[in-house]
Design a protein around this ligand. Structure first.
Ligand SMILES: Cc1cc2nc3c(=O)[nH]c(=O)nc-3n(C[C@H](O)[C@H](O)[C@H](O)COP(=O)(O)OP(=O)(O)OC[C@H]3O[C@@H](n4cnc5c(N)ncnc54)[C@H](O)[C@@H]3O)c2cc1C
Length: 344
């Protein structure tokens, strides 16, 4: 097992020099994903296990986020697609994709965001699937997805006449059109854009689930804990920069303590997600984002004028931290969930 053997210093050395270029879109995340795949980081440390252990993935994403949120977010997407594919029994359609994703040769894109508010909601999903010749034809628009490169493996929810499915298709399939990415505040090298689907054929064996709520519930701990790891990694980098760069150490005795508590809870939940209790995973992610924002702001204040320069790592981290609550489930989704569980 390689669990716990992620070497943050090695990953920082590898990914930190490219973080500015990835953020600005002067290069994209593919080389980094290929490198991680070649080094074996995207597969389970236990070669006999189909799924990598959550504590290992959390430590990987956290370490990468401290170096480059673009890379870490792209790895989050890759890990989530692997999670979706390994939640169900492998089929003739899904089995060959696993090795391609683990090796980093093919990118994984998740388009589940619209399903999160849509569960328990009768509003239609943006993608529909029409039964056709033993499979389905997908139509509609995916508003946002990332890792949209080459022939990425894309997982999307869709409405059928019989109910909601989760389906997988390749980005290079006929009928798929990827919009040119618009300039973003951060993470410009992540291949984030929208996708139009016009009669994209998926085989029956490419349907991962006919139970969308059950599917989302099953992948939720991994999704939320890896998203929390993104925030914790950004905070790690901010606090390290404050410690290393500040002429005057800022007075912030409580921030370090909050960070330590969030990081310890993250490790505990990664070992035993069931210990989180109702609303616990959502609350942890909200807390982690709040600490990351405070840390990025403090790093800016402590760094002075050089931190405020557009190309500085400090200003990049302020923009990276700004992305965290935008990721679905968004901050507002999480707050509503926490309020619901508190009143239940
Ligand atoms: C750079 C980037 C990369 C992204 N990558 C991916 C990806 O890989 N995969 C993916 O699935 N998505 C991705 N997204 C989309 C992201 O996860 C969110 O779904 C999206 O930002 C939410 O906003 P929206 O644009 O859909 O806006 P809207 O739906 O208009 O929502 C605006 C805000 O209103 C609130 N809101 C809306 N509806 C509800 C509701 N029912 N309950 C509570 N609050 C609500 C939310 O806080 C939301 O942020 C990406 C977005 C960005 C900016």
């Amino acid at each position: 097992m390689r669990t716990g053997s992620v070497d943050p210093a090695r990953l920082f050395k590898e990914f930190s020099p490219q973080a500015g270029d990835l953020d600005a879109g002067r290069r994209d995340v593919r080389d980094g994903i290929h490198w991680l795949g070649r080094q074996g980081f995207l597969r389970s440390p236990d070669a006999t296990a189909a799924r990598a252990p959550l504590p290992y993935l959390v430590s990987l994403v956290r370490a990468l986020a401290a170096a480059s949120l673009s890379t870490a977010f792209s790895v989050w997407s890759q890990c989530m697609v692997l999670e979706y594919l390994t939640l169900s029994e492998p089929t003739s359609e899904t089995e060959p994709l696993l090795e391609a994703l683990r090796s980093g040769r093919v990118m994984g894109a998740t388009a589940l965001a619209p399903a999160i508010p849509a569960v328990g909601d009768s509003a239609p999903l943006p993608v529909s699937a029409e039964l056709s010749g033993g499979g389905y034809l997908l139509k509609g628009t995916i508003g946002w997805a990332s890792n949209l490169f080459d022939s990425a493996v894309v997982v999307t929810p869709a409405d059928t006449a019989e109910g909601r499915i989760v389906a997988v298709f390749r980005l290079a399939s006929p009928g798929v059109q990827v919009a040119a990415p618009a300039p973003l505040l951060a993470l410009n090298g992540t291949g984030s854009s929208s996708v139009t689907l016009d009669g994209v054929r998926v085989a029956e064996a490419a349907v991962l689930s006919w139970d969308l709520p059950g599917f989302l519930a099953a992948c939720r701990p991994t999704m939320l804990l890896l998203q929390t790891a993104l925030a914790v990694g950004v905070t790690d980098a901010c606090l390290a920069a404050i410690g290393a760069d500040s002429r005057v150490p800022p007075h912030c005795p409580e921030l370090d303590g909050r960070h330590q508590r969030v990081a310890a809870t993250l490790s505990g939940y990664a070992e035993a997600p069931g210990s989180a209790g109702p609303g616990g995973l959502a609350q942890l992610r909200v807390d982690a984002m709040s600490v990351a924002h405070a840390a990025a702001g403090l790093e800016m204040a402590a760094g002075g004028g050089k931190a405020f320069q557009a190309g500085s790592a400090s200003s990049r981290r302020v923009r990276e931290a700004a992305f965290l609550p935008v990721q679905a489930p968004t901050l507002e989704h999480l707050r509503r969930e926490i309020a619901r569980t508190a009143s239940a």
